[in-house]
Ligand binder design. Structure first.
Ligand SMILES: [Zn+2]
Length: 1023
């Protein structure tokens, strides 16, 4: 006990010391702006002039000032913004017309009146060289005119949508200079900002009938009265027309001025169609009154009528929990925002993209809330996005759970895989806010794809930026609040706010406030939950009862030694709750409880736990840890209360089993589990026999190490495939049928790529495939006018096995992607080696391009006897060539008819069926597909290839190089495609003429039944 106290004491001293040191070191530059801007709403541009008074409060002499010119992010494809968007698969700006782009120019820099030189580092930032050094404590004046061409708002944040103007990140602006130096940065979608505080005086000139919302306080009383009158007008409106067109602009202009001290940015939004609402809210601590405004168009007016109420609520609760709002006004406007559903600026926010009023409330709360986490607490958003987006998301969640305690998340369409119907269908409509966010976190955490909360914004992949930076930080602070209790937690937050408002806090400053006010080290929180992606998983391992004192065995299966609560339940009613301070790997807790039927760790789901299935135990019964089975048709998200089994009716068809019906039993959904299965059992009405397929997979996901994922799979498949009807005489029918049983055991390794945004993926694997073919001959004796009897006359079985190994490298970038794959296949009779390279060259300014597949294969050894069992095939495979039964075919052993025209792109990949080209040496081929311009899914294709002794292989056809080509209808590349060949090399043409193969019979198609299996779809979504 005393040791514990001593430790706390020393922690406090250290924190105190570091606070004092930090406070001594701390400095902050000041940037005061006077800006004039004139809007040209026909040319979609701004003519501007600005003066910045830059004060150097550091101890350093400055020789240059780094400046941002962010409208240039839209100028051409060299900007970091475009590069990031292309990485994320968004090609809108990359392919944009010049007229839709934006830029800044006409700059003429002067420092203290003298012309100064500007040197670009990237297209949207650079340094202004000072003619004379700027000494500590001194100021200088930077002036320049500038012209902004406003880009289309569909690209990012700055923009216009017709004559609606969303003007942000629009003027030349110094980067922050702090104890770490300059923080110059390009403009990005993913990765926000860092700016110096200062005093703003901004004058905007524009046609008279525009309604404007802006940072700061409007200084023109006439305009203020006009706005107030507009608010009265809107209040009196009972309905809103559906009109969204723009009225003509007034020919007279107005010149309006806003001023504001102590903000670090200035944004403004102008729309002639805006309705205005005005309100007021009293802040909880200072009782100061804030005037609030909402501005919106007819489109979402019904929801926005409550806009002012939402702003007021947000200002009130954020003030209550964190400290009072410091400004006089707060505005939210409705508009187009392409980088998310809302965007924050000091004292003003823009919201768009919400799909109902509850989501508008949450969005307004979040964006207004940024006045704390970004606005007043101006952290470096680019380097530590959790400090603004994450801590703000926590407050958003707290706000929503406070105002709508009974509401569930399913009411709100924000979940990543959104949609009300989706939520209901898969039973996630009963999750509350924090549970939904934990699910989002677990989608990544279960597969170790989550990144730590602390990280640079440009290092996150798109999924992690949402699920980790926003959501996991939110639940992490919920966890901390649940541990500290509301009042201590609020005291910590308010300490942080009071110490750091109107400053630039760093991550250690958040930690210092929480540590000093709570008197706890909180290392588990700041080191493990924030700074790492260590997983949390507490488990109840055992329970014993003696006179209502329960001894509960606890095991920490996770990597975080954090605190947790354990609740004693009677039914689902909590009757006792005990806190464990953590620091325990395994141990026992004694809890007194009368009438408890169940104990559960974290019953209220405040902890970002990766596995809740081991959190509960019953106080009596045989299987105390097992949950009752719950059987569904559609997949359900994992539940703590039940063990889900999903049973779905299944049907199928092929030419031998004919129609098949049965069920699929599976437990394979999201979040991913280590052990998963899907088993489909079918009865074939054609062969009157059983068919089916299934897989069992065990996945090992590693947080560190070379292999991100190792998966061990056992797959089985059984179908009929060959059948002859032989009429012996009038009364007797003989049926010959085959069934194949295919078993595959595979192990696959995915190599970790430390760069989560990298499109490069490597994996390799090994598998053993065994097939057993059953041959059945049935004599079906039909006797007229009598009953039918069956007589099985012969059954033969034969089996084969092979081994495979592959290595695959993929570059999945959206432009010019490529991949290659090396594969060995063989057994004691044969060994084959092949390489397949796939690529696409995009056409200039197009999502379309030329796709290619280059294949080369050779035998390493071959004891194979005639008839050849394992040849290379020049043609893409059909069912007959698929000697290891890899794929699913409608007509595996058909020679003719439409079922024989299904193929899969293996080996030479020729679309023309060339049965003679069964190659026992080497073969190489190139398959090209070129997309045609226009919106139709039509491509031209060409296959060209050769193999050893191609010419003499069958002399009559006489081709050294073979080729064919034609038209392809490509609805889903390599999944659903139809190929119509038109031209052929001489030998192929001779063959087609000889065999009299009709035009319709030359058409072949791909239906990849494996890829179309809905159970495999989730792997497409969460890669
Ligand atoms: Zn945000």
């Amino acid at each position: 006990m005393s040791l514990f106290k001593l430790r706390l004491f020393s922690v406090n001293i250290l924190i105190l010391l570091s606070n004092v040191l930090a406070a001594q070191d701390y400095f902050q530059q000041k940037t005061d702006y006077t800006i004039y801007a004139k809007l040209n709403d026909k040319k979609l541009s701004l003519d501007c002039y600005e003066e910045i008074i830059y004060k150097n409060n550091s101890k350093d002499t400055l020789y240059e000032i780094w400046m941002h010119l962010w409208p240039n992010a839209y100028r051409n494809n060299n900007s970091s913004l475009v590069k990031q968007q292309v990485e994320d698969g968004n090609l809108d700006l990359y392919f944009a017309e010049q007229s839709e782009r934006g830029y800044i120019d006409s700059l003429q820099w002067r420092v203290d009146g003298k012309i100064a030189e500007f040197m670009f580092k990237e297209i949207d930032f650079g340094k202004l060289k000072l003619n004379d050094p700027l000494l500590p404590g001194k100021s200088l004046s930077i002036t320049t005119p500038f012209y902004v061409k406003i880009p289309n708002a569909k690209f990012s944040r700055l923009g216009h949508d017709g004559q609606a103007f969303y003007i942000s990140q629009w003027y030349p602006k110094p980067a922050v200079y702090d104890k770490y130096g300059w923080h110059a940065m390009p403009y990005l979608d993913q990765g926000e900002f860092y700016s110096e505080f200062g005093d703003y005086n901004v004058t905007i000139e524009l046609p008279k009938n525009y309604v404007i919302g802006a940072t700061g306080v409007l200084k023109n009383s006439e305009e203020y009265e006009w706005m107030t009158a507009k608010a009265d007008e809107t209040k009196a409106m009972t309905s809103f027309p559906k009109i969204m067109s723009f009225p003509p602009s007034d020919t007279t202009f107005k010149k309006l001025t806003w001023t504001q001290d102590n903000v670090h940015d200035f944004a403004w939004f102008a729309d002639k169609r805006f309705h205005v609402m005005k309100g007021e809210v009293e802040l909880p601590h200072t009782k100061k009154k804030v005037t609030t405004w909402s501005m919106f168009t007819n489109d979402k007016a019904v929801w926005w009528l409550n806009g002012v109420k939402y702003i007021n609520q947000a200002l009130y609760y954020y003030s209550l929990w964190n400290g009072d709002y410091l400004y006089e006004h707060c505005t939210a406007v409705d508009g187009v925002i392409s980088a998310g559903v809302g965007m924050e600026y000091p004292m003003i926010t823009i919201c768009g993209g919400e799909t109902d009023s509850l989501m508008l409330d949450a969005t307004i709360a979040h964006e207004v809330g940024h006045n704390w986490f970004y606005g007043m607490l101006a952290s470096n958003e680019r380097e530590h996005p959790w400090m603004d987006e994450g801590m703000n998301s926590f407050n958003e969640m707290r706000y929503m759970m406070t105002l709508y305690p009974d509401s569930v998340y399913g009411n709100k369409n924000e979940l990543m895989l959104a949609g009300d119907r989706f939520n209901r269908m898969f039973k996630i409509d009963n999750l509350d806010y924090k549970e939904a966010w934990q699910l989002e976190h677990n989608l990544l955490a279960r597969t170790q794809k989550d990144q730590p909360i602390e990280g640079h914004s440009t290092q996150y992949d798109q999924l992690n930026y949402g699920a980790t930076v926003y959501r996991k930080t939110g639940i992490a602070f919920q966890y901390l609040k649940d541990y500290l209790g509301d009042s201590l937690f609020d005291a910590c937050m308010q300490n942080y706010f009071n110490n750091w408002k109107l400053k630039h806090p760093q991550p250690e400053d958040v930690a210092a406030s929480f540590r000093s006010v709570s008197g706890k080290s909180l290392d588990w929180f700041f080191d493990d939950v924030i700074n790492s992606n260590k997983k949390i998983d507490y488990k109840i391992s055992s329970i014993k009862n003696k006179n209502d004192i329960y001894t509960i065995g606890i095991k920490n299966k996770g990597e975080v030694n954090g605190p947790f609560k354990i609740q004693g339940l009677k039914g689902e009613e909590v009757i006792t709750s005990v806190m464990s301070e953590g620091g325990l790997n395994s141990g026992k807790l004694n809890i007194r409880c009368v009438g408890c039927t169940t104990f559960e760790i974290d019953h209220f789901h405040n902890i970002p736990e990766v596995n809740r299935k081991n959190n509960r135990i019953r106080t009596s019964g045989v299987f105390r840890k097992a949950e009752p089975l719950s059987v569904h048709m559609l997949p359900h998200f994992e539940s703590v209360m039940h063990t889900n089994i999903n049973v779905f009716p299944s049907i199928g068809w092929n030419n031998y089993n004919k129609w098949m019906a049965g069920v699929t039993i599976y437990d394979k959904f999201i979040p991913f589990k280590p052990f998963e299965y899907a088993l489909t059992g079918l009865y074939g009405f054609g062969d009157r026999g059983f068919a089916g397929l299934g897989s069992l997979t065990y996945n090992i996901y590693n947080r560190t190490g070379i292999f991100e994922n190792i998966s061990i799979t056992a797959k089985a498949k059984r179908f009929a495939y060959f059948k002859n009807d032989i009429r012996v005489d009038r009364f007797e029918l003989t049926k010959e049928s085959f069934h194949y049983n295919r078993l595959e055991q595979a192990i696959e390794f995915s190599v970790r790529n430390k760069n989560k945004r990298s499109p490069l993926k490597d994996n390799f694997g090994f598998s053993v495939i065994e097939t057993f073919v059953e041959e059945t001959e049935i004599k079906d004796v039909m006797i007229l006018n009598d009953s039918t009897s069956y007589n099985i006359t012969g059954i033969g079985n034969f089996g084969y096995h092979t081994f495979r190994a592959f290595y695959q490298h993929r570059n999945t970038r959206v432009l010019d992607p490529y991949s290659y794959r090396l594969q060995f296949e063989g057994n004691e009779d044969y060994g084959k080696l092949s390489a397949t390279v796939k690529f696409r060259f995009n056409y200039k300014n197009s999502r379309k391009g030329v796709e290619g597949r280059l294949f080369g294969g050779t035998f390493l050894y071959n004891e194979d006897k005639a008839p050849v069992q394992y040849p290379w095939s020049l043609s893409a495979w059909d069912g007959q060539r698929d000697y290891w039964f890899d794929e699913l075919y409608f007509g595996r052993s058909e020679f003719e008819g439409i079922a024989s025209q299904q193929m899969s792109l293996n080996d030479g990949g020729f679309k023309t069926d060339v049965p003679y080209a069964r190659v026992t040496t080497w073969l190489t081929a190139l398959n090209i597909k070129a997309a045609l311009p226009g919106s139709l899914p039509i491509k031209l294709f060409l296959d060209i290839g050769t193999f050893k002794d191609a010419k003499s292989h069958i002399e009559i056809y006489n081709d050294n190089i073979l080729y064919d080509g034609g038209v392809c209808v490509s609805l889903a590349p390599d999944v659903f495609e139809v190929y119509i060949p038109f031209f052929f090399s001489k030998g192929l043409k001779n063959y087609i003429d000889d065999q009299d193969i009709k035009f319709g019979e030359r058409i072949r198609f791909i239906i990849n039944l494996n890829a179309m299996n809905p159970l495999n779809l989730r792997n497409q979504i969460i890669k």
